[in-house]
Structures are given as C-alpha cells and as structure tokens.
Design a protein around this ligand. Structure first.
Ligand code: GRF
Length: 199
C-alpha cells in the first residue's frame, strides 16, 4: 500500500514508520511526506530516507479552504491508499476529507475521548489521571473525534512533567502506530463495526 505521512515537527512517529516500511514484508511504503511548515526535523528525516517531500503553508493561501484544497491536491499527486497524520498540527477540512475521509488516520497522545486537542499530556496531568495513553483514530470533521482504531495505555507517574509523560506516551505511540498501520494495510480494519480494507 502507498502511504503519505503528514508531519509538523520532530517526526519521531514518521521515523518509526520509515524504519518499519524499509522491510518489504511490512505491506506498505511511504511515497511522500508532507508538512504545513518548512525547516522541521520531520522533513529532514524524509529527505535522509530519499522520500519526496512537500510543504503546504496556510499563510500562502487566501483562505483556509484554499489551503485545504491545495493540501488535498498535493497529497492526491502521490495516489496514497492511506494518509497518516503523525504530529500534523492542522485540521483537515471538507475538500481533504472528501478525498481521504475513511482512509486518513491520526495519532493522538491521550486516550480519546479524554483530553482531545493540542495539549493531551498536559491536560491529563492537570486532571490527575493515573493512566493516559495514545489513540489511533480515523479523522472526521471534528477535533480528535473520529472512530477509534487502536489504543494503548501509558501510566502517569506522580512527579511527571508534561515532557516526561509525553515522551513516555511517544514510546508507546510509535509502537502502536507501526503495529496498527501494518495490520491495517495487510488485513484491513474495522471502524464503527464496518470492515475497511486498503486496496
Ligand atoms: C506526537 O505525540 C503526536 O501525537 C502529537 O505530537 C507528537 C509529534 O511527535 N500530536 P513527532 O513529530 O512524531 O516526534
């Protein structure tokens, strides 16, 4: 299967997928890496792996919808069967979801529906939960609100800083992402009781 991965930062989740897809038996290969900004480690990781990259910046477009349509068109050039948002910090809009809804997954560093949004690890600490974790879900038009594909629990330690918890979550996140994407492309997946297969 052809994967496009979208990033906005350090790209450690992307790196885990780069490492896994290097093995032909994994069942998927990354055909391009896209970002909403330049000069991030995530893009450099793709370049080091010899994978095409693209950047679609919100500020280069009149409206958010124009940006969304441009992002959708750019991703479509690579004809992915699955799009993976791994630390991509923008919400996909109507045009993007029309093209990729149902085969666009995102990873979030909390156990959704708890703690959606930009600060999952911080919100978990502030609430005082003893377990947080990571969620892989199919993106819908909401914020971190789509159907859950896979989750992993991660303990919260009493003295955790936000960074300490997020780093612990990211270790589980990379593993969940690699394992789940691999299973999705090889066996398909069930979302809301419906079986979805990636051609
Ligand atoms: C990940 O934990 C992701 O869930 C969150 O931001 C982090 C990005 O990390 N949105 P990286 O860019 O994959 O290293």
């Amino acid at each position: 299967a052809r994967l496009v991965v979208l990033v906005s930062g350090s790209g450690t989740n992307l790196q885990a997928l780069l490492d896994a897809t290097g093995d032909a038996s994994y069942g998927a290969r990354i055909v391009a890496v896209g970002a909403d900004r330049t000069d991030i480690e995530g893009l450099r990781r793709a370049e080091r792996a010899g994978i095409p990259t693209f950047v679609v910046r919100v500020k280069d477009y009149e409206t958010r919808d124009d940006w969304d349509a441009a992002l959708a068109a750019k991703v479509a050039e690579y004809e992915p069967e699955l799009v993976v948002s791994a630390g991509f910090m923008k919400l996909a809009g109507k045009a993007f979801l029309e093209l990729y809804g149902g085969r666009f997954v995102n990873t979030h560093p909390a156990l959704l529906p708890s703690f959606p949004g930009m600060h999952g690890p911080r919100d978990a600490i502030e609430y005082g939960v003893k377990l947080s974790g990571v969620t892989l879900f199919v993106v819908d038009e909401g914020v971190d609100s789509g159907p859950v594909v896979a989750q992993a629990a991660v303990p919260v330690e009493d003295d955790d800083t936000v960074d300490a918890l997020h780093e612990r979550i990211k270790r589980a996140e990379r593993q969940l992402l690699v394992d789940t994407v691999g299973r999705m492309v090889r066996e398909g997946f069930t979302v809301n009781g419906r079986k979805v297969t990636i051609p």
